[in-house]
Design a protein around this ligand. Structure first.
Ligand code: SF4
Length: 551
């Protein structure tokens, strides 16, 4: 289906900033906290909560936790309280936060670049089994999330994670989140440039560093030197996209100010080429601008995209060069169109060293601890020590010798991980939803898995690249605005006039050269029960009426 942008972000008019009230920008003298979040961040750095978790909260239990730590600073260590079971979506907006809080936590393990060793995956599987009731979800930012975590167990979990080089540091909170990286960095034979050294340098220099631990809001980074453009760079706060400069060779094109949720906006190019060894400095300059000039007065205007909307790329580049880097950047070319429509690396592919990587598809990112351990064992038994997570909630086993590929594929498929999945399994994503998320209105993971099964049964011949993204609320954790079919969870009326779980439908979103936001289909809300019928109808009509080349 054709992507019809609801509102082309690049053409957004620049907004006039009120000089009287200010936006809470530190760089223009607004250091007095203007809301509760800014106050608790000023009172104590989010990173400092770790000591209290280790010495007080884990020993004295849940009730000993300071409310500002519980609902604020603990995020800096990847911890959110999960939703109390049994509270329906109709109560999400009317209950106080403490009424929705369970006494258990979601714990997000950051996996920068999506890179995992067999030993790391095995440890996550063990932690899931021992401390998280077997839960584990691969997120659409390459992380792994566990649920049902008790505060008493957190220090032991950190010890196990850190023993294998993993952490939860700044996995959530108003700070630099996980650095998304191409899952085939360093191995794909069509790679323009391997961004791995930049991912590592940013991580080692700045993650857990108080220089950037109090930002206006979360800050998302993506780095990929793959021509597939496999890191959703258009919707990150900062992204480095591989390009070949006619004089200087391979490097990165710099994109700034993308983000979804309220007021979705695509990132804009600053028109500059950044060599690999300067990526970390340029990244720090962009984050510095966000820290100093980012809007802190209102939480819903505190993402970098709002500053970018007001400044535009020319001013942003000028401030970056003049105030943060103190030098001019080199002009550079735009990236070409993504080299393929599916950007997830599913299937069997030859690496540049002659070995193979094998991408496979769990349903909507849902796995479990025992299965993660089995995947680790399977990879190890086939001579691999490296795996990757993808931004499509999928996984890849790297470094497989040719004579091991068939056996690995058979082993994965025996675990119900398809290497040649249907477009529905391949292209459907779901956020956490009402099972664990306090903001959710509807169920998503189970609904998405059922939807995949139904569509595979009803449309066995359908063979087009297709994305179906399900969100449990109006936020954008599953990127509904840039899906072919985006489903935004809300309560809707059924045929009897009863309020039931359902979705507002958005159609025709896309990334890549056709990037734009899906069009909200006015008045089209579908109940969860009607969802398979509705999508079947849309896809049959699309097949019957599509024009040549139309997505
Ligand atoms: Fe929770 Fe909403 Fe995000 Fe889903 S989209 S994980 S329901 S906040």
């Amino acid at each position: 289906m054709a992507a019809t942008p609801e509102k082309p972000a690049t053409a957004a008019p620049r907004r006039k900033v009120s000089r009287h009230r200010g936006e809470g920008q530190w760089a223009v003298g607004h250091h007095t906290p203007l809301n509760g979040n800014e106050q608790f961040k000023k009172d104590d750095d989010g990173l400092n909560v770790r000591t209290r978790i280790e010495t007080i909260y884990s020993k004295r239990g849940f009730d000993s936790i300071d409310p500002n730590d519980l609902r604020g600073r603990m995020r800096w260590w990847g911890l959110y309280t999960q939703r109390k079971p049994g509270i329906d979506g109709g109560k999400t907006a009317v209950l106080e936060p403490e009424e929705l809080d369970d006494r258990y936590f979601m714990l997000r393990v950051r996996v920068d670049g999506g890179r995992l060793t067999v030993a790391q995956l095995r440890v996550i599987g063990e932690i899931s089994e021992q401390y998280a009731r077997g839960t584990a979800d691969i997120t659409d930012r390459q992380n792994i999330q566990l649920h049902w975590i008790r505060i008493e167990d957190v220090p032991a979990i950190w010890e196990k994670l850190e023993a294998v080089g993993l952490s939860t540091t700044e996995a959530c909170g108003d700070c630099p989140r996980v650095i998304i990286g191409s899952p085939v960095a360093g191995i794909a034979d069509d790679e323009i440039i391997d961004g791995t050294p930049a991912v590592d340098e940013i991580h080692d220099r700045y993650i857990g560093n108080k220089e950037f631990s109090n930002l206006p809001r979360k800050f998302k980074t993506a780095i990929s030197g793959s021509p597939v453009q496999d890191v959703v760079h258009e919707i990150n706060d900062v992204a480095f996209v591989g390009v070949e400069h006619p004089e200087h060779g391979p490097g990165f094109d710099l994109w700034v100010g993308g983000g979804l949720s309220t007021n979705p906006r695509l990132a804009e190019r600053l028109g500059t080429w950044v060599p690999l060894d300067e990526v970390a400095d340029v990244w720090a300059g962009v984050v510095g601008i966000f820290r100093d000039y980012g809007y802190r007065r209102l939480r819903n205007r505190a993402r970098l995209k709002f500053l970018m909307a007001d400044w535009g790329p020319e001013k942003f580049r000028q401030v970056l060069e003049d105030e943060y880097l103190e030098r001019k950047l080199i002009d550079g070319p735009a990236p070409a169109e993504p080299s393929q429509k599916w950007r997830d690396h599913i299937g069997v592919h030859r690496q540049k060293d002659g070995r193979f990587y094998v991408g496979f598809a769990p349903r909507v990112g849902r796995v479990d601890g025992a299965t993660l351990t089995k995947i680790a064992e399977l990879a190890g038994a086939h001579g691999s020590d490296r795996l990757r997570t993808t931004v499509e909630q999928k996984m890849i086993v790297l470094d497989v010798a040719e004579d091991q590929v068939d056996s690995l594929v058979a082993g994965l498929e025996a675990l119900d991980f398809q290497v040649k999945p249907s477009p529905f399994r391949r292209g459907t994503m779901a956020c956490t939803g009402i099972e664990f998320c306090k903001l959710a209105i509807v169920e998503t993971k189970g609904r998405g898995a059922q939807l995949i099964d139904e569509l595979e049964r009803r449309l066995p011949e359908f063979d087009e690249p297709l994305t179906i993204n399900l969100n449990g609320c109006p936020n954008a954790c599953a990127r509904i605005q840039v899906a072919d079919i985006g489903l935004k969870g809300q309560l809707v009326l059924d045929d009897n006039g009863e309020q039931v779980e359902g979705y507002q439908v958005h159609l025709g979103g896309a990334l890549g050269l056709e990037a734009g936001f899906g069009r909200k289909v006015r008045g089209l809300k579908v109940t969860s029960a009607e969802l398979p019928d509705y999508i079947e109808r849309v896809l049959k009509n699309f097949q019957a009426e599509r024009e040549d080349g139309e997505r």
